[in-house]
Design a protein around this ligand. Structure first.
Ligand SMILES: [Zn+2]
Ligand SMILES: [Zn+2]
Length: 267
């Protein structure tokens, strides 16, 4: 039995604590577990409406000419891959970082890329990397994390290890044939946090580096100095659409406002 991680669930605006959409005694149809929405040309957002919106992550599929890119993998409560709009071409799976809300279905893919700083976490799915216990413990769940069906036991649920097949680092390219993403290493929220930038389209897949809500910089593995440096980089980043790891998409001026607000709060 793991001890609960010694960090508080941060206070967020009340809207992030809405109750699960159905009372816990009612169950969603499995075919409704994920929703997919087109958010930009060739890019589809997949998310989990049945997961409380505090943890509900945004996962993105990019269809390319020679390969598809899958960026992040939801909670792993329900198999993800069958729900994704994949084309049947090879899939390059890239994890933004190792927290449970982003990597539950990472193991469903053969080609798995992530930053070396979190490689051990992907391979072990240890609590220190995923923070799973914080999400499913009696203290925080099931009010914050409901099981997907009545036979599902959150207490014995384990994440499936997903060792990286290749590490990626700052400046690397992920080439889909007709579009290319550059890897940005932006630690702070987590040590190996990455974002992917399509410089041509001006689209940033941001993971948990930045999203339009309170940013978490006191988790195990977080670093406020690193986060400040990452935010400084974002201020100068040339892009026009930010597809974040949580919540709504936003534009560059909003990204700059969020980055400035973070810097002001921590300096
Ligand atoms: Zn995270
Ligand atoms: Zn997250």
């Amino acid at each position: 039995m793991n001890a609960h991680p010694n960090f508080p669930i941060p206070s967020h605006p009340k809207t992030r604590y809405v109750s699960p959409t159905l009372p816990i005694q009612q169950w969603p149809r499995m075919s409704d577990w994920f929703t997919t929405t087109s958010v930009a040309p060739g890019i589809t957002l997949t998310t989990e409406p049945w997961v409380n919106d505090y943890f509900r992550a945004n996962c993105y599929t990019v269809q390319g000419r020679e390969a598809d890119l899958q960026f992040d993998f939801c909670m792993g409560l329900v198999p993800l891959r069958p729900a994704l709009p994949l084309s049947g071409k090879p899939v390059i799976a890239v994890a933004s970082h190792g927290h449970i809300d982003h990597i539950g279905g990472f193991h469903e893919f053969d080609t798995r890329l992530g930053h070396a700083a979190e490689a051990a976490g992907f391979a072990s799915m240890a609590e220190s990397a995923t923070l799973k216990e914080a999400y499913v413990s009696e203290r925080y769940g099931p009010a914050l994390l409901r099981p997907p069906h009545p036979d599902f036991n959150l207490a014995t649920w384990e994440l499936t290890p997903a060792p990286l097949t290749r590490t990626i680092a700052e400046g690397d390219s992920i080439d889909l044939g007709n579009r290319r993403f550059t890897v940005l290493h932006l630690p702070g929220h987590s040590p190996g946090g990455i974002a992917l930038l399509d410089e041509v389209a001006g689209i940033l897949l941001a993971g948990d580096v930045i999203y339009d809500d309170s940013l978490l910089d006191e988790l195990p593995g977080s670093s406020i100095p690193d986060y400040l440096a990452s935010m400084q980089r974002l201020l100068d980043l040339d892009c026009r659409l930010i597809l974040a790891g949580h919540g709504a998409a936003f534009d560059r001026p909003r990204m700059q406002d969020l980055a400035r607000a973070y810097i002001a709060s921590r300096t």
